[in-house]
Design a protein around this ligand. Sequence first.
Ligand code: ATP
Length: 344
Amino acid sequence: MSGKKIAVIPGDGIGPEVIDAAVQVLKAVCSDLYFQNFEAGYECLKKNGYAITGDMTAEISKFDAVLFGANTTPPDLRNYKGYKSPILTLRRDLGLFANIRPVKSIFKNTGLDLLIFRENTEDLYVQREFMRGGEAVAEKIITEKSSRRIAELAYKQARANRRKKMTIVHKANVLKLTDGLFRNACRDVASGYPEITTEDRLVDSFCCQLVVDPGMFDCILTMNLYGDIISDLAAGIGDGLGFAPSCNLGDDIALFEPVHGSAPDLAGQNRANPIAAVLSAAMMLEYLELTEQARIIQSAVAGTLKKGFTRTFDMGGDGRTGDMTLEILKQIDIIVKENVIYGR
Ligand code: ATP
């Protein structure tokens, strides 16, 4: 029995639809998880006048893990002075310093298999923007401490997963102080992991190589902004955003979310692919050391793709979010009853 407590933040757009699928799947493999829903995001802001509160993050910090859908950034930000992005607030207030984004091709089977480690607390995402005369200024903050912290975690996980190569991505030829500090700190940590080949690349040529020959890469270690962009790029050359899960890891708690955003163009239509959210839920179970249950979900997704009865529009079909969820639940049932594991 696990009795783990999960804070659920469905959020905006397709968030509630894909999180509903993920929660159904979690309930099917683990009967004693406790779920509590929290309202945060743009819809919450319109309704209640806030997108997230300090009390809410304090309450959420008492949970074992967080399952997060997506937030829409208010298009009319000027009307909401003091708006706080829920995901950036949670990453900061819960100390979620590492964003881990595995990108493995399980639908198109292209062989793509990357593990992206993104520093989650610094860089331009500190959101210190201001006007100075006629100049718009954004501060980019990089510290030795945070750079070493993400590098230590990345190398530890790479070693634990028997990964062979780490590529440090930066732009230190232009940003000598900030990106130079990050690269040097990562290089220093790398010296303690001689069995892992380390290289470093400039972000622009790295992106080109990633598209031309993704098989060249294994683990990627980078800063906040590049990591955000690179993981969408990697998802695009893989199976697409509908398949990409992620984890935001801290010392005491972790938050799991699909890499995709709220996709307002799909919201409320029951058309979004729930697999990214479902695989994020499986990552959450791994974190909670419910490894067998995580394996059942991953296998059920692999089985669903193998059978191919349901395809959402991003897979070239007209299947609904609900159809895909039912198919995954059916596969879970088969796995539990017959012990058929796919994708070994
Ligand atoms: P946001 O402003 O919240 O970031 P966005 O639409 O700019 O939203 P994403 O939500 O990441 O960014 O989506 C980009 C596009 O990718 C969407 O318009 C949609 O077509 C596609 N997409 C994203 N998630 C899914 C999904 N789960 N299933 C199918 N297509 C998706």
